[in-house]
Design a protein around this ligand. Structure first.
Ligand code: PLP
Length: 440
């Protein structure tokens, strides 16, 4: 190698020549000149080191180009965690992706094309939401679940009291805590009960002139078991002040696999005035915060929330509105498909993948696996699943490959769990494993 290097160096194509190649020029149009030049420079450097032939610089450039002008990289979620917060929670349905693309241009997000006058922003998404939640009379969409709760507190409880059980003072993740968020919104907390037990009388005794609302927060990321008791929404609703419930996951109606996960329709039916939830957890949509109000009192509260000055600071963009509406109106989103997937089908996929990988010389085996809902939801629910087990040494090259694959290392093996992976991605997974295997 060493004695061919000088000649090779001389024949490394110059940057301008590479950029002029039609395929590379097309990439410059799509991705921008600076980005493509960076990839060309990396390919030239590889040729200078003798890692590729000088004649391969154009091909290496094309291989090295990202799909889009972003440093974000696609990742195949083989962790078995259906809602992986570090992987962006819910993957969007094809319907939602198409809606995103449409909304990315100019669109009538806030215009009534019939009259030519201003239209109600978000009307289509809100209508879809109300259509999907029996008992919801009014709705509003904000940036995320935390924003929905913060805006509710700022609107209804600034300088007043929120009555909440000590068992529901939840840290949601990354050090952020619901009680801190409520206080930051200007509310005072009136904590009642204890960590494990709170009774109706605790709430009743705490209600006074300053009470803005009674709050229930679903402890979505932990379970307290043993000597426990909590008060249900129906009982609280009888006490007088409005009941606000942060259900967390965004389940709109009850799901048989998740009996302990509260749903929006059931919570409103039990007497909640307002329900808040996330859009990118079990609903399977884009990051968003949903506010739903019951007929009567709840609808009035939603109207107030909408007009609060901070509502403007938590406003969602047209992309979110489009993707949310399409998630609600469109076919089953991937998260729900993953949750409802038959484990027998997952096993068959795992066996097939393992067979094909073994035929290509990769030590692989179809195994049973335990998947989880994730996204800080349903912490005690184990979803039966199936995985392809490959050598642990493949975990790192899989993670840094293209596309990246994130699996789970367990007892000396790398498990590629199929629960959260769309069946359409099985081929991409197989190709990625082969590439990783060849590299180690
Ligand atoms: C996830 C969650 C939140 C935060 O929602 P984001 O959409 O992540 O802001 C708040 N409350 C509960 C109960 C949750 O589960």
């Amino acid at each position: 190698m060493a004695d061919v290097l000088p000649d090779s160096r001389r024949s490394i194509p110059r940057t301008d020549a590479v950029l002029a190649e039609p395929a590379v020029a097309g990439a410059v149009e799509r991705l921008g000149r600076d980005l493509v030049k960076g990839v060309v420079a990396a390919a030239q450097a590889a040729a200078r080191r003798g890692e590729i032939a000088p004649g391969d610089v154009v091909a290496a450039t094309l291989r090295g180009l990202p799909r889009a002008a972003t440093r974000l990289r696609p990742v195949l979620n083989a962790t078995g965690v259906v809602l992986h917060t570090n992987l962006g929670r819910a993957p969007l349905s094809p319907a939602a992706r198409a809606a995103l693309d449409l909304a990315a241009g100019t669109c009538d997000v806030e215009l009534d094309l019939g009259t030519g006058g201003r239209g109600r922003r978000g009307a289509a998404a809100t209508d879809a939401l109300l259509g999907a939640v029996p008992g919801a009379a009014a709705g509003h969409v904000v940036n995320n679940g935390a924003a929905a709760l913060a805006l509710t507190a700022a609107t209804l409880a600034a300088g007043r009291e929120i009555v909440v059980s000590r068992g529901e003072l939840v840290e949601i993740g990354d050090g952020f805590r619901i009680p801190d968020l409520l206080v930051a919104a200007g509310a005072r907390l009136r904590e009642v009960g204890t960590t494990n037990r709170t009774h109706l009388v605790d709430y009743a005794d705490a209600i006074g002139e300053d009470t803005a609302f009674l709050l229930k927060v679903h402890p979505s990321n932990f379970v307290v078991s043993g000597f426990t008791s909590a008060v249900g929404v129906a009982e609280l609703a009888g006490l007088g002040p409005p009941v606000v419930v942060d259900i967390g996951s965004g389940l709109l109606t009850a799901h048989p696999l998740l009996p302990d996960e509260p749903d929006a329709a059931g919570t409103l039916a039990a007497g909640a005035a307002l329900v808040t939830a996330s859009g990118d957890k079990l609903l399977g949509g884009p990051q968003a915060g949903l506010l739903l109000g019951s007929a009567g009192a709840g609808a009035e509260l939603v109207a107030r929330v909408r007009r609060h000055p901070l509502a403007r600071a938590m406003r969602v963009d047209k992309l979110t509105l489009a993707a949310l509406e399409a998630t609600l109106r469109g076919p089953t989103p991937p998260v729900r498909a993953a949750l409802d997937a038959d484990v027998a089908v997952l096993r068959r996929r795992a066996e097939q993948l393992a067979d094909r990988l073994r035929a290509d010389g990769v030590p692989a085996e179809g195994v049973s696996s335990a998947a989880a809902v994730g996204g800080g939801g349903a912490p005690d629910v184990v979803l039966d699943s199936a995985a392809v087990a490959v050598p642990e040494a493949l975990a790192a090259p899989l993670r840094t490959g293209e596309p990246a694959v994130l699996g789970r290392v367990e007892r000396g093996r790398c498990l590629l769990d199929l629960r959260a992976l769309a069946p359409d991605d099985d081929d991409a997974l197989r190709t990625a494993v082969l590439a990783a295997h060849r590299g180690v």
